[in-house]
Ligand binder design. Structure first.
Ligand code: NI
Length: 378
């Protein structure tokens, strides 16, 4: 099994595909699953798969892997480095896919004794926050009562599993502010309304949102990542534009920040005689791990000889949160060492972590099916 998973991981690493273009990846995984007698559901989607193992009846649990890569030129010296210029598995989704493939094959070996159904999701387009919603929209996951996923983590070595109860990843929203003044000759500012000082004041006011309005015991980020106005030296422009992101670990903090930004943009712009058009686009929700599940998962990990540690939370977002709208679950961190952060061109994931992680997810799924069965009968 170890060789099988290592081969799959290497193949996937060599053949990275961008979000919504995971055609070869899907075909590769489909072939291995079918060759091993694993059933596949008809998702109606061009990329991604849902494999089914077990009785086909309730209760059902899902394991989720994402399969897309990033537009990054690989700079590792791996013998199985990306063969596609400018595209790389720099977030370890190749590892996730190989790991859950392993879990599916391990569960398949024990299929006759499984007290329910395990759906293994190979999800496209995590990096653009589109795949989980597509998978959920198929309706094929409506019966799932628990969702589990893992994510590679260079902060831990192979053999360590990060298990953190409560919030683990943040929401990731995007905002923009268009400040409208009145353009004029730079020599006669009194004839116009300069949007640039207004933009400066809005930038300053936004810096006070996290420091002055958010409870110090809550975590949040407001980053302005783009500021644009004018295009030459002797013209006061008509408009100025800001763009940025908001990250929060709870819905309450997220909503509070959105309200504050909108209010500050409008009032501050007005104080300078300008008008502000504020736009806010919600991205993925925060992922909040179920506490009971985390306690039981840590126990399963330790039984299998893994080191279970509480991982720090992250302000990065994960569209795994979409599944948690359907049912509770948990996102674990899989120690994969390597020394380079996710999304870095030198990112690597230690394949020694593959089989232990696959065993963990298979055992956890089986254990949780038994627990749900006992609870349903009681
Ligand atoms: Ni990722």
């Amino acid at each position: 099994m170890e060789k099988k998973l290592f081969d799959a991981f290497q193949w996937l690493h060599r053949h990275p595909e961008l979000a919504m273009k995971e055609y070869q990846t899907t075909e590769y995984l489909r072939r291995i699953l079918l060759d091993n007698g694993v059933r596949l559901l008809n998702t109606g989607l061009e990329t991604g798969l849902i494999a089914v193992i077990g009785t086909g009846a309730a209760p059902a649990i899902a394991l989720r892997a994402d399969i897309d890569a990033l537009p990054i030129q690989e700079q590792t010296c791996l013998p199985y480095a990306s063969e596609t210029p400018g595209v790389m598995h720099a977030c370890g989704h190749d590892f996730h896919a190989a790991c859950m493939l392993g879990a599916a094959l391990l569960l398949k070996e024990r299929e006759t004794s499984l007290p329910g159904t395990v759906k293994v999701i190979f999800q496209p387009a995590e990096e653009i926050n589109a795949g989980a919603a597509k998978m959920a929209a198929t309706g094929l996951l409506d019966d799932v009562r628990l969702f589990f996923a893992g994510h590679t983590d260079p902060r831990f070595p192979a053999g360590t599993l990060g298990v953190r109860p409560g919030p683990v990843t943040a929401s990731a929203d995007r905002f923009s502010v268009c400040i409208k003044g009145k353009g004029c000759h730079a020599a006669h500012p009194e004839l116009g309304i300069d949007p640039i000082p207004a933009m400066g004041a809005v930038i300053s006011s936004f810096q006070t949102v996290v420091s002055r309005r958010v409870n110090p015991f809550d975590s949040a980020v407001v980053s302005i990542t783009r500021a644009e106005a004018g295009n030459t030296w002797n013209v006061i422009p008509e408009t100025a534009r800001l763009e940025g992101t908001v990250r929060a670990m709870t819905e309450e903090v997220r909503a509070g920040i959105r309200h504050s930004l909108e209010q500050l943009a409008a009032i501050t712009a007005k104080a300078y005689g300008c008008e502000a058009a504020f736009a806010y686009e919600q991205g993925p929700d925060p992922v909040c791990n179920d506490t009971g599940i985390c306690d039981r998962a840590a126990a399963v990990a330790r039984e299998l000889g893994l080191n279970a540690e509480i991982n720090p939370p992250s302000m990065i977002a994960e569209d795994f949160s979409r599944y948690l709208k359907l049912a509770p679950g948990a996102l674990f961190r899989i120690g994969t060492g390597g020394g380079f952060d996710n999304h870095h061109p030198s990112f690597t994931a230690d394949p020694a972590a593959l089989l232990p992680a696959a065993r963990f997810f298979a055992a956890l799924a089986e254990r949780e099916l038994e627990r749900l069965n006992n609870r349903d009968e009681a």
